[in-house]
Design a protein around this ligand. Structure first.
Ligand code: ADP
Ligand code: K
Ligand code: MG
Length: 414
């Protein structure tokens, strides 16, 4: 079994608990509580992680390296036949790349103001990143298919352990940001962290999907994505959660280039579309008290497609965003949720529902005020934009604009 060198021994000897990722998932470990019975492996893992706060040469070294960002077209064509060779190459790329990108995330957290870095929720994110760094950095070189299989399992487990990081950051900043004067600092950090996280997750998921050979897909790229179908899927979803919440939902009309098809990655749309639709639905319902279902003004979704980019416009008649709030709605953590009718029913069964659902995507109608700023950051990361036009008193138009993979000017990189 390969060179059997020190790293391999380290791998076999030490993070046993980590390899069997299900024994210790990030959560249980984070909620580690001295009065509950810790297992020997949980103590070992905790010690390794805490020690690494102080002993971080590996992280510093990795953080000093540049990441290698890929053009989506490169990702797509290099993986167009999911041969053994491609899967191996993709794993080897990740093996080199992921520790560097995670080290960048760690230095990002470390450069936050002390008061934020000390927040327990932010600390738990910091720990998750350190843990991920060591797991990935200690993984021996990938030579055989067996190595690749093991590596993919590790990546899969980590994706799962980190799935709530956006909620954790939202919560951590909500608690600690009132101590920070500099609004710019917060948005710069979160824009950077959240888009980099999206990139890491896209690359990791791409590798896992490459192996699955899903019809019409090359890894995460849907070779013939019908934009309207993706939008329709999220409309149906948001209508469902709105009905669960309010008992009814506004209708949605889709028009424009409804048959537009092109290669694209659904992952960022799967975040952005439900966030924008939830906002439009909530505004529509809350600005029409006593009006239900079909009597509500419908939300209009208009699609435009051209050689350079595609545009999704979401128009609602939800009374618009008041003048004194238009500039604030794209700030992280800014939300009018507190005033919402939702809070009136916080303590009944819905309260429970609020807590158990993921608060920043897909779950309830609103959360920590991360929907718009995160969507805008993702759109810009992908070479696009998110523009919000409020027609005070009437409604809101949101334009989501995203570049095609092969667009000539500013092709983006992941
Ligand atoms: P959240 O939905 O968690 O409050 P967002 O970032 O999605 O966070 O939105 C921030 C705020 O912007 C909302 O609380 C709401 O006041 C306002 N807003 C967003 N979209 C709309 C819209 N379509 N119409 C009216 N107000 C909106
Ligand atoms: K916001
Ligand atoms: Mg929202």
């Amino acid at each position: 079994n390969k060179d059997g060198g020190t790293s391999e021994m380290h791998w076999n000897g030490q993070p046993n608990a980590i390899r069997q990722g299900n024994n210790i998932n990030g959560k249980r470990w984070l909620n580690y509580n001295p009065s509950s019975k810790p297992t020997p492996s949980s103590i070992r893992e905790r010690n390794i992680t805490v020690a690494s706060y102080y002993n971080q040469t590996a992280i510093d070294k990795a953080a000093a390296q540049h990441s290698v960002r890929l053009a989506p077209a490169t990702i797509m064509y290099s993986g167009s036949q999911s041969t053994h060779h491609n899967v191996m190459r993709s794993a080897q790329y990740l093996h080199k790349e992921l520790p560097i990108r995670i080290a960048h995330r760690i230095s990002g957290i470390r450069s936050l103001p002390f008061i934020v870095g000390c927040n327990p929720t932010i600390l738990s994110v910091h720990e998750l990143y350190i843990r991920a760094f060591h797991i990935l950095n200690d993984f021996p070189e990938i030579v055989t298919s067996e190595d690749e299989e093991k590596y993919s399992q590790v990546v899969k487990d980590l994706l799962d352990d980190h799935k709530d990081v956006v909620s954790l950051l939202a919560e951590g900043f909500r608690e600690s940001r009132r101590h920070i004067e500099d609004e710019e600092l917060v948005s710069r950090y979160l824009d950077r962290n959240l888009t980099s996280r999206l990139g890491i997750r896209m690359l990791a998921t791409h590798h896992l999907h490459l192996k699955e050979k899903k019809d019409g897909h090359v890894g995460i790229v849907n070779v013939n994505m019908t934009l309207k179908n993706v939008i329709q899927r999220w409309i149906t979803f948001v209508q469902q959660i709105t009905e669960d919440r309010y008992g009814f939902a506004p209708a949605v009309k889709i028009s424009g280039h409804i048959s537009a098809r092109f290669p694209y990655i659904e992952m960022p749309l799967d975040y952005i579309l439900p966030e924008l639709l939830k906002n439009a639905f909530r505004a529509t319902i809350e600005s029409h008290p006593g009006v239900k279902g079909a009597a509500l003004p419908p939300v209009n979704v208009i699609i435009a497609n051209n050689e350079t980019d595609f545009i999704v416009k979401i128009s609602d008649r939800g009374a618009g965003i008041p003048h004194d709030q238009v500039n604030k709605v794209v700030q992280y953590n800014f939300s009018t949720a507190e005033k919402s009718t939702d809070s009136l029913i916080k303590d009944d069964i819905f309260g429970n529902f609020m807590e158990t659902m993921n608060r920043t995507t897909s779950g309830p109608m609103h959360g920590f005020g991360f929907g718009l700023p995160t969507s805008r950051a993702y759109a810009e990361y992908l070479g696009g934009s998110l523009q919000i036009y409020s027609m005070q008193g009437l409604g809101t138009d949101v334009y989501l604009r995203l570049k095609h993979f092969n667009a000539r000017d500013t092709p983006f990189r992941i």
